[in-house]
Design a protein around this ligand. Structure first.
Ligand SMILES: [Zn+2]
Length: 375
């Protein structure tokens, strides 16, 4: 403040003293010019952050890049029947969503870790481990509904834009910006770093969407409770989360939402789920982990046990170590924490084949499938 005043005084002297002060005036002009440059740069940067709004095509390009990383990290279950089933459930929901025309893709990742990841543009990923823990089609629909809501509400992109989470410079090209946003999007998904408000929003909109499609909306709460139970014997988790209300709060809010919105669909469809998905859950302490020193991004082929490690960092928002526990780490640290200090679901070993399993569903197949959504 003092300094600004002094500059103002100097400026006044300069302006009133005319010729003898010309040298000073030159200096002042330079300083003012620099200030203008800085202001212009700041203005341009602000405009760049404001322009982190993407067309649908760009959003899909981002999602594709994020999906590539997830598929390289965890591999894809090379099973057409499983993909077809998950795609049918997902497509029924996506068509009832606020963005039915995105080219939605449903991808089953090849890992025992329990997780689901929504990449921008309609790339929904769910792990084999998550499918093994779900017990009915309505639970799957509720979980996919939650992930679909992250996409329809553009949560990842909004988080990046509002939090200015990527470092932009005035010199960056659009492609460079897209790359930076894709990297940050992946990090947000990988670390489960959606904020509480976005998780609650996705919960609310997700179960409303599943309900709209005919599915009982209580499946997400049931699944969260089961996941919480699964993780309860985790010593670190007990330390860190014993009194944390996150999951409890979500379950209560879900129940409240179902009550106040009078969400009353009743289809559970357990039979078709069990006929389609036969994976057996792996206890959290027995999930093979990537090894110390391996890149958290690239995965690893060797394995260790996860005994006595921290709780799930579920992208369903359950663990959220980074967001809730203040334990946000670089992937290198996470990887070297590996078997002892890591997050078993996130740090789980993955499969080696990242190829998308292409399935198509016809309008007739969807119509036929919908007939099975009865309760
Ligand atoms: Zn979520």
């Amino acid at each position: 403040m003092k300094r600004i005043l002094r500059v103002a005084v100097v400026a006044m002297c300069a302006l009133t003293a005319a010729a003898p002060a010309s040298a000073q005036l030159g200096k002042l002009g330079k300083a003012l010019g620099k200030a203008d440059d800085a202001a212009a740069k700041a203005q341009k940067l602000k405009a760049m952050y404001d322009s982190l709004v993407f067309t649908d095509a760009e959003e899909q390009q981002l999602g594709q890049q994020v999906s590539d990383k997830l598929r390289v990290r965890y591999g894809v279950v090379q099973d057409k029947a499983v993909h077809k089933y998950v795609t049918l459930v997902g497509t029924v929901l996506a068509q009832a969503s606020s963005r039915p025309n995105l080219p939605w893709k449903f991808i089953v990742l090849d890992t025992d870790g329990v997780n689901a990841y929504a990449a921008p543009g309609g790339f929904i990923h769910i792990t084999r481990g998550a499918l093994s823990l779900l017990q009915s089609e309505s639970e799957l629909a509720d979980v996919l509904g939650h992930e679909i809501a992250h996409v329809t509400e553009k949560h990842t992109i909004k988080a990046i834009q509002q939090g200015k989470l990527v470092a932009l410079t005035a010199e960056m090209t659009r492609n460079q910006i897209m790359s930076a946003v894709a990297d940050k999007s992946y990090e947000i998904l990988f670390e489960g770093a959606y904020d509480r408000g976005q998780e609650l929003d996705a919960d609310e909109k997700g179960v409303a969407l599943a309900n709209k499609a005919g599915y009982a909306p209580g499946g997400l709460g049931a699944f969260l409770a089961r996941l919480d139970e699964r993780n309860k014997n985790n010593p670190d988790r007990n330390g860190l989360f014993a009194s944390h209300p996150a999951t409890k709060e979500r379950i209560e809010k879900l129940a409240n939402e179902i009550r106040t919105q009078k969400l009353s669909s009743t289809a559970i469809v357990a039979g078709r789920y069990k006929a389609s998905i036969t994976y057996k859950p792996v206890p959290v302490t027995e999930i093979s982990q990537i090894t110390a020193g391996a890149s958290g991004l690239a995965g690893s082929s060797s394995s260790t046990k996860a005994g006595g490690t921290k709780s799930s960092g579920s992208k369903l928002g359950l663990g959220k170590l980074s967001a809730l526990g203040g334990e946000k780490k670089s992937t290198a640290t996470i990887a070297s924490a590996g078997a002892r200090g890591g997050v078993p679901d996130r740090d789980a070993k993955g499969g080696s084949n990242p190829a998308i399993v292409g399935v198509t569903v016809t309008a007739a197949e969807i119509a036929e499938f919908k007939k099975g959504i009865v309760g």
